[in-house]
Design a protein. Structure first.
Ligand SMILES: [Fe+2]
Length: 294
């Protein structure tokens, strides 16, 4: 579909670079077109924007309420704009969608590259709707009946957790999406820990096959916006110089999918707590049950 902007697709799976648009102070029509392009391409890149802090926040607010990052301290006063500085690694180099351990995970993230290393530090995104659609029918069917426990262990907060459907439905496009990731998903609720590990490993390696991905090389002043409902991303930890980003996150909605078709796994003849993720799941389910009883 044509656009009023200059749009160049970067890979067949997802991703487009958008030029001829100024994000600072843009109007409602521009935002509506960006929303449309985002549904079409899942991640958009806008080179040469150089937004200041206020412009970055104002641009993000066009898409909904901003979410403070629950576990990062280096934010602005209102806890909305986060600056992440890294040199020699220290970046999120495991595949993830942002804040998937929350009951309402992040909807969009808006990131501006402030300073780039001379080489390296690219980011990759994967299209998790396409990855679901290209699974075989029996595996799609199995995944749709499962749920998974996510937690904030990578942020040092393993007690912050939530259970989401393994397959969520995108509320705007209706597409079904694999919603498990390497960084935050710990355990499929209805499977034994061994089966869960195998299936999660398989799904992650499937989602991140090169043909479902796009890779982007940054320039300072480039702004990216992506839909966390239907993508995962990963920063390449292959740089030595300084890499500074500023990011804001737009509040999300509750992932919707089918109800689990099975009860939480219990090892026949006894408790299933053979691993710490089993124990974590058992305790979480117990807490949920107690909360429901009030
Ligand atoms: Fe991220």
């Amino acid at each position: 579909m044509g656009s009023r902007f200059q749009v160049r697709r970067l890979a067949s799976a997802l991703g487009a670079e958008v030029r001829d648009v100024k994000l600072a102070g843009c109007d409602g029509e521009v935002i509506a077109e960006i929303r449309r392009l985002l549904l079409e391409h899942q991640v958009l890149f806008f080179p040469d924007q150089h937004l200041d802090d206020a412009e970055h926040v104002a641009f993000g607010e066009n898409f909904g309420e901003l979410e403070g990052h629950p576990h990062l301290a280096n934010a602005d006063e209102e806890q909305r704009l986060f600056v992440l500085k890294a040199s020699r690694g220290g970046v999120a180099d495991e595949w993830h969608s942002d804040l998937s351990f929350l009951p309402q995970p992040a909807l969009f993230s808006v990131l501006q590259l402030m300073k780039c290393p001379e080489v390296g530090g690219d980011t990759l995104w994967a299209n998790t709707a396409l990855a679901f659609e290209e699974l075989s029918p029996p595996l799609r069917d199995l995944c749709e009946g499962l749920s998974a426990l996510h937690n904030a262990e990578p942020h040092g907060r393993p007690e912050v957790m939530h259970i989401h459907p393994v397959v969520r439905v995108h509320p705007e496009t209706g597409r079904k999406i694999l919603f498990v990731n390497e960084h935050f998903t710990r355990r499929i609720v209805e499977l034994s820990v061994e089966e869960s590990t195998l299936l999660l490993d398989y799904l992650q390696s499937w989602i991140t096959r090169p043909r479902f991905t796009v890779r982007y090389s940054w320039r300072p002043g480039t702004v990216a916006i992506w839909d966390n409902r239907c993508t995962q991303h990963n920063v390449l930890n292959d740089f030595e110089g300084e890499r500074i980003i500023q990011r804001i996150t737009i509040m999300g909605d509750e992932p919707r999918g089918e109800e689990p078709r099975w009860t939480p796994y219990a090892r026949p003849g006894g408790p299933s707590d053979t691993s710490r993720y089993d124990r974590m799941l058992r305790n979480f389910l117990k807490e949920q049950a107690e909360a429901r009883r009030g």
